[in-house]
Ligand binder design. Structure first.
Ligand code: GAP
Length: 429
């Protein structure tokens, strides 16, 4: 367990040191369950989102993207049962008054103050309630969405009217979701503000099992492709009481985090629960027959993908009596793809390095780094997982060549400046 705790500390510390992830509102003591993303964290998130969108929306002829509002009419959440059911059982200490999720405590002793007794469990609704408009009354109540899925369902008719799709077809969305978690914890694993990438795939009832299997495989293949070790991912069939109120079958894909095996993403068969509750239906274009399609829902949370990618990318190597930390991201996930380093500022090396940066910046996510010794700069790039470093040295000034250093092998090759773009293009293919 010590080693595992150590691993989380290393990831949290590297994330802060190198500008991936910071505590939310840190200068005011933080705000529980919120995290801010720095320059490298944003690039990593964006790479995940871009790759998901390309693979599951743009590359699929039958999936339509939407971007719905976070604030939705309260009737949406009444219709779906979230107002009455979207809750976790919570217990409170009779001495320090701290609250805990019931399933996260053992026995009735308060784990915080160790003196108090935990009371009976009460249901705690996790939706953030707010008020829309200048007057606060029951008609102004709105909720920050706790899942992006409903933004998809409420646009089901719009997509039918605009595109006239035939079953099966899907709708997809990437966006923020909010849950007032009782005990946010484990860095970015359980937070109150997070981002989801969800697909609602509409099928005829009799075909749901085939499409469930189709999406099970699709999801696993994609997760593997972004650098998550599938040997650490386990499929758990969610049983009975544990199923969400809308689901007939769910597989939780759990990942071996250092703090235990917990959910990474989910795949659910939501039946026709949501469309029925929203009184929506599908009209067959050929026959005019009406039906309420059933739904398969692959649902990913970006924070948990970011965490698993960071954990699987982290490596330490002993080099010349020193520890070299390397983030071995898949190349298409790396926040920075290429960094250009002038060996020194003088003799025109900085200017030439700037020119190389300018030549490559349109095609690759590039950095230009001139501070510190070349050894320190390589180490810094290893720690942020930059696949290739280009060094402009004395020979570059005469021969118009640079060295290209590979992150994983540390091998250096000399490449003509005019060939760099093509050479790198090939490496990133
Ligand atoms: N629409 C279905 C749905 O929302 P969920 O299992 O509650 O299902 C889907 O959430 C995914 O969203 C999870 O697998 C997880 O990746 C992410 N997620 C849920 N709650 C989260 C939280 N508090 N912090 C971070 N990610 C969360």
């Amino acid at each position: 367990m010590g080693e595992n705790k150590d691993m989380m500390e290393k990831i949290i510390s590297l994330s802060k040191r190198r500008g991936f992830i910071y505590q939310g509102s840190e200068i005011y003591g933080g705000l529980g369950g919120t995290w801010d993303y720095g320059p490298l964290g944003i690039e990593l998130r964006n790479n995940i989102k871009k790759d998901w969108w390309k693979r599951f929306v743009q590359n699929k002829a039958d999936v339509y993207g939407v971007d719905a509002s976070i604030l939705m009419n309260a009737k949406v959440w009444e219709a779906t049962g979230h107002v009455s059911h979207f809750s976790d059982p919570m217990v409170e200490c009779d001495k320090c008054k701290k609250r805990f999720r019931e399933d996260m405590v053992d026995g009735d002793k308060c784990p915080e103050c160790k003196k108090g007794k935990l009371g009976d469990a009460k249901e705690f609704n996790m939706m953030f309630k707010t008020s829309v408009g200048a007057v606060e009354d029951s008609s102004s109540v709105s909720y920050l969405r706790p899942e992006t899925a409903q933004g998809i369902f409420v646009n089901f008719k719009n997509i039918q009217d605009s595109f006239r799709p035939t079953l099966p077809f899907g709708m997809a969305q990437i966006g923020k979701a909010f849950r007032n978690e009782i005990t946010p914890r484990d860095f970015i694993f359980r937070v109150r503000e997070f981002e989801q990438m969800e697909i609602e795939y509409f099928v005829r009832k009799e075909n749901w099992e085939d499409y469930f299997e189709y999406w099970r495989k699709e999801c696993g293949d994609w997760v593997n492709s972004i650098g998550i070790n599938m040997n650490k991912v386990h499929e758990i069939d969610v049983k009975g009481d544990e199923l969400a109120h809308y689901s007939k079958k769910t597989i939780d894909f759990e990942y071996e985090y250092p703090f235990g095996q917990k959910e990474l993403f989910g795949l659910a068969y939501r039946t026709n629960f949501d469309l029925t509750n929203h009184k929506l239906e599908y009209t067959d274009l050929d026959t005019g027959n009406k039906t309420v399609p059933h739904v398969i829902e692959p649902s990913f949370g970006i924070e948990r993908l970011v965490l698993a990618i960071l954990l699987d990318a982290y490596t330490e190597e002993e080099v010349a009596g020193d520890t070299r930390v390397v983030m071995k991201f898949e190349k298409h996930m790396a926040p920075v793809q290429v960094t250009v380093l002038p060996l020194m500022k003088k003799d025109g090396m900085a200017e030439l390095a700037h020119k190389v940066f300018d030549d490559l910046k349109e095609r690759f996510v590039c950095q230009y780094d001139i501070t510190g010794s070349i050894g320190k700069r390589y180490r810094r790039q290893d720690e942020i997982g930059t696949p290739y470093c280009i060094t402009v040295d004395h020979d570059s000034l005469e021969g118009n060549t640079v060295t290209l250093r590979d992150r994983d092998t540390m091998e250096q090759v000399r490449v003509k400046i005019k060939d760099l773009e093509e050479y790198l293009e090939d490496k990133f293919k």
